[in-house]
Ligand binder design. Structure first.
Ligand code: PEP
Ligand code: MN
Length: 335
């Protein structure tokens, strides 16, 4: 349920209403927009008598949120959420960020060289997998804790915040200095993991599952938000369809749809979506044109010898070309 407060209502009256709601065991999310203040009720809103609230002098209207996701809902928070990553980087609310880096952290030299080059090309965040969710148990599983250490070295060198994937909530202590924790497609519905991440205040990059609907993605965001962590970035990375030429099918309609349904920023990963480096540029441009708040792109200094996802990884030079083209297109669009 959301309660729209009349303009110019007295602060004290609004405070009284908030206390009254809280006394009934609900949380209240206050969203102060340009024109109206909106109170979003967190918890079982059936406890609140909507007719009684509608009749209050300061209340302009009461709306029930019919969708199962409440806190992630745009109705709950009409303005775009802006996620503060630190080091001057913010995602959402009109800014545009490119997260770039290798699929997996392989060595200090590899991650630092890639970090320096993608930063020079305009990337604002560095990605790199330390714990890798691989289909085969015989494939490279990542450098784990050492991988995170190497990412932190690259952060020290470049000042770029780092994004890396978590697969097990028991690993959380290792992520203390990580700026953005990624929940990969395969863990989008690992609800116990989502609940643990909800107890932190870390920005979470939540990737859409291989066969999950937008509603399910938003419900997973809701799990994290229900725990008290509102710092979520949604990521469209392609879904599984009957098509086999591309690794996945990039669902670009998810960008405007998710942004209509939710206030959370949406980034697009054209690398995992297509699985082919030559398709990354057209899909990156298309994602930016569709209104994405940013991109996540895999870059490797030697794609042919990458330990993971070489076929979809761009060289630093290719990444530079993609980034330049995307920025030029955004400029031409006046954004
Ligand atoms: C990744 O970003 O490294 C990754 C494994 O992606 P996804 O979870 O989207 O497959
Ligand atoms: Mn990858």
């Amino acid at each position: 349920m959301i309660i729209v407060i009349k303009q110019n209502s007295k602060e004290q009256q609004v405070e009284n209403l908030i206390s009254w709601i809280k006394n009934q065991g609900l949380g209240v999310h206050v969203s102060k927009g340009e024109y109206n203040t909106i109170l979003g009720l967190i918890g079982d809103a059936n406890k609140i008598d909507a007719d009684l609230v509608s009749g209050l002098e300061i209340v302009e209207g009461v709306k029930k949120i019919s969708e199962p996701f409440k806190q992630a809902n745009r109705k709950f928070h009409p303005d775009d959420s802006v996620i503060d990553i630190g080091n001057g980087v913010k995602i959402g609310g009109g800014s545009f960020n490119i997260i770039a880096g290798p699929c997996s952290v392989e060595s200090e030299n590899q991650v630092c060289e890639i970090a320096k080059s993608v930063k020079a090309s305009g990337a604002t965040m560095l990605r790199g997998g330390a714990f890798k969710p691989r289909t085969s148990p015989y494939d490279f599983q990542g450098l784990k804790a050492e991988g995170i250490e190497l990412l932190l070295e690259a952060k020290k060198l470049t000042g770029m915040p780092i994004v890396t994937e978590i697969m097990n909530a028991n690993h959380l202590p290792l992520f203390e200095h990580v700026d953005v924790i990624q929940v990969g497609a395969r863990n989008m519905q690992n609800f116990e993991l989502l609940k643990e991440l909800g107890k932190t205040q870390k920005p979470i990059l939540l990737k859409r599952g291989l066969a999950n609907t937008m509603k399910e993605l938003l419900m997973s965001a809701e799990y994290i938000m229900a725990g008290g962590n509102e710092n979520i970035i949604l990521c469209e990375r392609g879904i599984r369809t009957f098509e086999t030429y591309t690794r996945n099918t990039l669902d670009l309609s998810a960008v405007p749809m998710l942004k209509e349904l939710s206030h959370l920023p949406v980034v697009v990963d054209p690398s995992h979506a297509t699985g082919m480096s030559r398709l990354v540029k057209p899909m990156a441009l298309a994602a930016a044109a569709a209104g994405a708040d940013g991109l996540m792109i895999e870059v490797h200094n030697d794609p042919a010898h990458a330990l993971c996802d070489g076929a979809q990884s761009l060289t630093p030079a290719q990444f530079d070309d993609v980034a330049k083209s995307v920025f030029a297109m955004k400029k031409a669009l006046g954004e």
